[in-house]
Design a protein around this ligand. Structure first.
Ligand code: NAD
Length: 332
């Protein structure tokens, strides 16, 4: 928006220390630039932080023609996006995602929101950013764990939608893990294309958008049962292994396709099993998920690499899939 006179950069403490000055220095001098920095961490993605943000915007007389800029990972993007969606009934915002996950997932699709008490993303709004700017250089400061988490969502996008991209991820594994900028840029671009094609064909989540939940049904259950000690992307990796197992058992995937999925997950650092959980608890956790009803859940399967199908399945029928991730893969 070129009529804006003020820009407020929202960031967390970690990202602000790394990149805030650089972003400020490239903004045109005619803007009044402010910053709102909060402590890094999911536990600060809540309404208290939003309240502090509103207060600052009011004190500094931000009007509807001014602009917010989210500089950071998914936490900053969700919180700043939600503030932009609700302040003065909605003002423009720009996303500058700095984690791999935020670049390929949370900055695409227009979902914004915060956590409420123990409920994740319970309060939110759909609000599209005016612009998403990504710089692959920011990924060089990301630790391996966070990088792997982003890879979970990337492998997922390829598996549900694009066999050629999945093949590319196999062939360019060395460049990607070495964080070669060109490889990263290609990968992020492909992934954003996939997510936006899926989202655009189903903006309000009536049908096909559900395929983006591949790996998430069992993944969420594991995440909850492990009390969030494992990162989201790792749990999605485990969930994808379970969903691939079931797809293979149902005769939808061939054995070599199933093995390839496990192999590439492993290569990119994603776990394919989890220790210390019980099958019954996984089934129970799925039954209490907000997406389940009457003992059934929408489950995403693959009928080949690059193509997903949505099925409504009784949770009890997911016993084998849950068991498949409780021990190390022994099929080799
Ligand atoms: P995050 O924003 O908390 O970032 C993870 C950590 O990395 C933080 O400590 C952060 O300070 C640090 N960090 C960020 N960029 C960095 C960089 N370039 N170098 C070094 N450190 C950096 O979390 P995330 O993994 O980016 O995103 C997870 C959040 O995204 C969750 O809250 C989730 O609900 C949300 N999400 C939203 C959507 C959506 O559609 N809106 C989709 C997926 C996930």
């Amino acid at each position: 928006s070129c009529t804006a006179t003020k820009i407020c950069i929202a960031s967390d403490s970690t990202v602000a220390a790394l990149y805030l000055q650089e972003v400020v220095s490239v903004l045109r001098p005619e803007y009044q630039v402010d910053s709102f920095v909060f402590h890094a961490g999911e536990e600060h993605k809540n309404l208290d932080t939003v309240r502090d943000f509103y207060r600052m915007l009011i004190e500094k007389h931000y009007s509807r023609k001014d602009l917010l800029l989210a500089l950071g990972g998914g936490v900053v993007g969700d919180l700043c996006g939600f503030t932009a969606a609700t302040y003065l009934r909605g003002i423009d915002f720009i996303q500058v995602p700095t984690t791999l996950l935020a670049q390929v997932d949370s900055s695409v699709g227009g979902k914004t929101g915060v956590d409420f008490e123990q409920f994740k993303n319970m309060v939110g709004a759909f609000h599209q950013p005016r612009l998403v700017y990504m710089n692959m250089q920011t990924l060089s400061t990301l630790n391996n764990e966070l990088f792997t988490c982003g890879m979970g969502e990337i492998l997922k996008s390829a598996l549900i939608y694009d066999a050629a991209f999945y093949q590319w991820l196999g062939e360019h594994r060395h460049e990607v893990l070495a964080r070669d900028h060109e490889a990263l840029a290609h990968m992020v671009r492909e992934c954003c294309r996939i997510k936006s094609e899926v989202v655009e064909s189903d903006p309000t989540e009536q049908g096909i958008r559900a395929i983006l939940n591949f790996g998430h049904t069992i993944g969420h259950a594991v995440e909850k049962l492990m009390h969030f000690t494992m990162l989201h992307g790792q749990c999605v990796g485990i969930g994808m292994a379970a969903a691939a197992w079931l797809s293979f058992q149902k005769g939808l995937l061939k054995d070599n396709e199933y093995q390839l999925i496990l192999e590439l997950n492993r290569y990119y650092g994603l776990p394919d099993h989890v220790e210390g959980l019980r099958t019954e608890d996984i089934l129970q956790a799925m039954a209490s998920d907000k997406k389940a009803s009457d003992g059934n859940t929408k489950f995403i399967l693959l009928d080949r690499i690059g193509h997903a199908v949505i099925e409504t399945l009784p949770i009890a029928s997911l016993k084998g899939a849950a068991e498949s991730i409780l021990k190390e893969e022994t099929a080799h």
